[in-house]
Design a protein around this ligand. Structure first.
Ligand code: HEC
Length: 131
């Protein structure tokens, strides 16, 4: 009885460590249905540069996988209009990005960069999680 409880705690801790490193890896692997409609053309390479220049990586990490301060942004980012709306008028901890510091083209480029990110590896490929 007691052993079983300890095992469950260990599994819980492994899960917590995983989600800290790559939050919601599972929830973002399937394409979002609402993301398919009218995404503006953006340049993923320029978006990557802007992402670094604007400091998004400081909170969302280099590959947008999420960090201690900000959630995962890609691959499969939120639909473009939700993305843009949030950048212009965030409702939480994130600072706003007006058109002065981030043009509409920059927003489209960063969204293209997030869409172009490689998918997260399947959890079944992680040796640490094998029985
Ligand atoms: C100072 C830290 C910080 C910086 C810098 C930052 N963000 Fe965020 N971002 C957050 C946090 C924290 C959230 C979670 C919601 C909140 O508290 O605002 C968030 C949420 C978001 C969301 C909403 C995600 C969702 O699933 O709804 C998007 C999109 C986003 N950020 C994009 C960006 C982009 C693009 C940049 C750079 C131009 C950026 N962020 C820079 C902290 C940051």
């Amino acid at each position: 009885m007691r052993m079983k409880h300890l095992r469950l705690v260990a599994i819980g801790l492994a899960g917590a460590a995983l989600s800290a490193g790559s939050s919601s890896a599972q929830t973002r692997t399937a394409p979002r249905p609402e993301a398919s409609a009218a995404e503006p053309a953006g340049n993923a390479d320029k978006g990557k540069m802007f992402y670094r220049k604007a400091g998004c990586y400081q909170c969302h990490s280099e590959q947008a996988q999420g960090g201690t301060q900000g959630p995962r942004l890609g691959p499969n980012p939120v639909a473009f209009r939700i993305f843009e709306r949030y950048l212009r008028a965030p409702t939480g901890e994130m600072p706003p990005y007006s058109v002065k510091v981030m043009s509409d083209q920059d927003v489209a480029d960063v969204h293209a960069f997030l869409r172009a990110l490689p998918p997260a590896p399947p959890l079944s490929g992680l040796p640490l999680l094998q029985p």
